[in-house]
Design a binder for this molecule. Structure first.
Ligand code: SF4
Ligand SMILES: [Zn+2]
Length: 463
């Protein structure tokens, strides 16, 4: 198992490195990017000529990857015969990972929208046939774009909305396509409305880019852009999401791997930092089998692979934590129920507690049912906070969402666990995972008034 790297490089998923604005050698641009800890850079083509240049360029530098496609604004000048064959030829090279950029642009010239749509369809079909994702350009064409992508639902087509600039309703439609959303420099502009959509954009679907040489982020607005400046975007996003830059970069690295196949799947981890906390992953076993749970599939969260092939011992976990004072909280949390490994949990918690740490356990609340005894007194003095998932207020729905057998008392057991925890654990919370603007007032009332514990509304993706 791999130790976590804190120093995740930033990723620029969209930089036109061949643009005429760059008068200096590409090595200089790449050196400045490297100095800012920018890793992978994806270079999209805009027509046959630039796509060929991309294919030649990316072969020369290990961290460059390319895409080939006809940009909607270049469709007018592109001959319809033979262009797909040429794109396919370019895309057969190993580091050409996507079809792009392609899409619709009704901003500059509306005289050839039918040809744009035809090219868009043809290139989407090419992507499907080559099993490559697409990089989508969209300007003033929201409705047509979503309509076309919806026609491809269920085909396995994937991709990214590059330089996303839509509003909340459009974001929802874009997310429904299953595509990723790439954020560029304009999010940093003073009067940008784009930041308002970020609470609804899960980190699991986020990519970052510059769109260099265009759209430089603040404070370089109006100047020539380059991949080194993607760090201004990631830093801004970290502030908005209230996570660290490493958190943003790690998520984007993982999303880049998932979408474009660049890099490799992260190794499984048993401890993993997010923000200022250290999370501890003891097991993939669980008393439940929630319909939404990724446990049996990828078991990934925020760019971490939690699918362990062997459960760690308490000593193995402790050996990964030489300095407990480096973290605000230690959180037992993974794709599995931590109280299943009660003895290890207690041992780890007691060692960390003795060094002044704060300990939280994220649980489904089934601990007493799993162990057929009241385990709460055993946690007294070791655990400062318990957070219990309140997946439903209705027993039938609870059992069905968590795929639990009826009549075994899981729902009542979970509620009783929360009530009993109040007397032995300083802070007890019931939490609900729901979109930020979902109405969770019933859940809040149930937790606070009927159960007497705290309530926490967790937007998707946040632990
Ligand atoms: S309780 Fe948690 S770990 Fe268990 S199946 Fe549900 S979501 Fe997955
Ligand atoms: Zn572009």
């Amino acid at each position: 198992m791999e130790k976590n790297t804190l120093n995740w490089p930033a990723t620029d998923t969209h930089a036109h490195l061949y643009w005429e604005d760059y008068v200096e050698p590409v090595e200089e641009i790449l050196a400045r990017a490297e100095a800012e800890n920018v890793g992978t850079i994806l270079v999209p083509g805009t027509n046959l000529e630039t796509s060929a240049r991309v294919a030649a360029l990316v072969g020369q530098y290990p961290n460059l990857y390319g895409a080939a496609g006809i940009h909607p604004s270049d469709v007018k000048e592109t001959d319809e015969t033979g262009y797909l064959e040429e794109l396919e030829r370019l895309l057969s090279q190993p580091k050409m990972v996507a079809v792009g950029e392609i899409g619709l642009d009704y901003y500059w010239d509306k005289s050839f929208t039918e040809k744009q749509k035809r090219f868009f369809h043809q290139q989407l079909q090419l992507a499907l046939r080559l099993k490559k994702p697409v990089i989508i350009h969209n300007r003033n064409s929201d409705d047509d774009l979503i309509q076309i992508l919806t026609e491809y639902a269920g085909t396995g087509l994937t991709g990214v909305f590059h330089c996303f600039s839509g509003d909340r309703p459009f974001l929802e439609k874009a997310l429904k396509t299953g595509f990723y959303i790439s954020i560029a420099g304009p999010v940093t502009f003073k009067n940008s409305k784009l930041k308002e959509i970020l609470p609804y954009l899960p980190l699991g679907r986020l990519l970052t880019e510059t769109d260099a040489p265009f759209l430089s982020p603040h404070p370089f607005r109006g100047k020539r852009n380059e991949p080194a400046y993607v760090t201004l975007v990631t830093r801004f996003l970290a502030g908005q999401y209230q996570v660290t830059e490493a958190d943003i970069n790690r998520n984007v690295t993982f999303n880049t791997w998932k979408l474009f196949g660049i890099g490799k799947k992260p190794e499984p981890v048993t401890t993993y930092p997010i923000g200022h906390n250290l999370y501890i992953n003891l097991t993939n076993r669980c008393s439940a089998d929630c319909v939404f749970c990724d446990r049996k599939d990828n078991a990934t969260i925020q760019g971490y692979n939690l699918k362990i092939d062997r459960e760690p011992t308490a000593d193995e976990i402790l050996s990964q934590i030489p300095d407990p004072s480096a973290y605000r909280e230690f959180v037992f949390c993974g794709y599995g129920e931590p109280t299943i490994r009660l003895e290890e949990l207690k041992k780890i918690a007691s060692v960390l507690k003795a060094k002044g740490a704060t300990i939280r356990v994220n649980t489904n609340g089934h601990g007493n049912l799993i162990h057929k005894r009241n385990i709460l007194p055993e946690l007294q003095g070791l655990v400062d906070k318990i957070s219990i998932s309140l997946n439903s207020l209705d027993e039938t729905e609870y059992n069905s969402v968590m795929r639990l057998p009826a009549g075994k008392g899981f729902y009542q057991g979970m509620i009783q666990f929360a009530r009993d925890a109040r007397s032995v654990i300083p802070e007890v919370t019931m939490s609900v995972v729901a979109p930020l603007d979902a109405d969770v007032s019933d859940y809040r009332r149930f937790a606070e008034e009927e159960t007497g514990v705290r309530f926490r509304h967790r937007p998707l993706d946040f632990l």
